[in-house]
Write a protein that binds this ligand. Structure first.
Ligand SMILES: [Zn+2]
Length: 419
């Protein structure tokens, strides 16, 4: 069979390399990206072929960087796209949608990239997988590594939320906790990847891994009835997710699966770690690294690998960079939960708070078909909302005691009315 992957192409100088485990151009140090044989893909991928596929992201197999059908999967993807009528009404938006990726197998969008990365790693003959993680990736690599019978090493900052450490540990990986921030973890992992023959999903396997995020563009277009949204609001850590959602929409256009469309990309970050959003606000693609200080730890990458490309795309599409405070993040989490019944981790709080800002500043119009990406589950970051949500009224099991509580509540405004 003809190969669907042509090779890995340098994003800067355009040189083509063999489709093996490397991620940096030997000539100019630019990042490598998978180059596809679109002439061949065009012949096989249609709306009908996709709709006939499995109810997982593997319905887009024809556009993913693997050659075999022997995939590593836990049925990730095809998560709900919710028409958020309550939140929309509150913000004055008629066509607001939430892409709810909290319901993936390990409760974050990282299942998408890891499913693709481990499938490719196995094709390339690796028996050990590893990652540098801010938490969600550690869980996904551990779970998918387990189901694929691969040895797994995960490297995390030692001060990570306990929910994420346990959420990875339960799949029995070897966890290395580094006394330092993510950027330091990442540097160490580059050294380890050079010394050991392991598949580091976000280091030497990164070109394949990152392609998994395209499916968040594909699915939204398919779920909207084969059209691109007018606006997307995407949380940014490395910036890769933003660029890949865009790539997904553009590939659908190129293959004629959707009409040409100018989707505006908006980048959501925390004030305590917003190097990409700051650059966009300054109208530049020069990313100034920062030392992260935010409760949104899954977005706490101070020196984002794809920051330049993300900033360029946001500006090119006419989108905006938004950075929100820790208080706004917590409010965003509570707002989404109390209106749409979706409990997100801090990253989703960043996204919802950013959407609110975009509406207030007139960047998102009432009729725009707007999609906000909620990429991780709230049970992973309970600390962020501890003491800030409803608590039980503890009483003895007597009717008169309940009656007293009930009567006292009649004089109060309900908590959800404060949003
Ligand atoms: Zn190059």
């Amino acid at each position: 069979m003809e190969a669907k992957i042509k090779g890995l192409k340098c994003k800067e100088c355009g040189r083509l390399f063999e489709a093996k485990a490397h991620h940096v151009c030997e000539f100019c140090f630019g990042p490598l990206e998978v180059d596809y044989n679109y002439e061949m893909i065009q012949k096989t991928v249609t709306r009908e072929s996709i709709e006939a596929g499995p109810r997982s992201l593997w319905r887009y197999w024809g556009l993913l960087p693997v050659e075999s059908k022997n995939i590593v999967t836990l049925q990730e993807g095809m998560t709900p796209l919710i028409h958020a009528k309550n939140l929309g009404a509150l913000l004055g938006l008629k066509n607001l949608y939430v892409k709810n990726d909290t319901v993936n197998p390990t409760f974050s969008f990282k299942d998408r990239v890891v499913s693709v990365a481990l499938t490719r790693a196995r094709e390339l003959g690796f028996t050990t997988v590893a990652c540098a993680s801010t938490g969600n990736l550690a869980g996904a690599v551990s779970a998918y590594g387990a189901v694929a019978n691969l040895k797994r090493f995960v490297f995390i900052p030692a001060d990570l939320e306990e929910g994420k450490v346990i959420g990875a540990g339960v799949y029995d990986p070897i966890i290395i906790g580094i006394t330092g921030n993510y950027d330091e973890v990442n540097r160490l992992c580059s050294e380890v990847a050079d010394a050991f023959k392991w598949a580091f999903v976000n280091v030497n396997i990164r070109p394949y891994y990152a392609e998994g995020s395209k499916t968040l563009g594909f699915e939204v277009a398919e779920q909207l009835g084969w059209r691109a949204p007018d606006q997307v609001v995407v949380p940014a850590a490395s910036g890769s997710l933003l660029t890949k959602i865009y790539k997904g929409l553009k590939e659908f256009e190129q293959l004629g699966l959707i009409e040409k469309h100018n989707t505006k990309l908006n980048c959501a970050q925390a004030l305590g770690c917003g190097p990409i959003a700051s650059a966009i606000q300054d109208g530049t693609d020069i990313i100034r690294p920062v030392r992260p200080k935010t409760i949104a730890k899954s977005l706490a990458i101070g020196n984002p690998a794809d920051g330049v490309y993300a900033a360029q795309l946001v500006m090119k599409t006419g989108g905006q960079g938004v950075s929100v405070s820790d208080e706004e993040i917590v409010e965003g989490i509570k707002l989404l939960a109390s209106t749409e019944g979706i409990f997100t981790e801090t990253a989703g709080g960043v996204t919802v708070a950013s959407l609110k800002r975009l509406v207030q500043t007139g960047r998102v119009a009432p009729d725009d078909v707007t999609v906000v990406y909620v990429t991780g589950n709230g049970l992973k970051t309970l600390d962020a909302v501890q003491g800030k949500v409803s608590r039980p009224h503890v009483i003895p099991a007597r009717f008169q005691d309940f009656r007293a509580v009930y009567d006292s509540l009649q004089n109060q405004t309900p908590a959800h009315a404060s949003a």
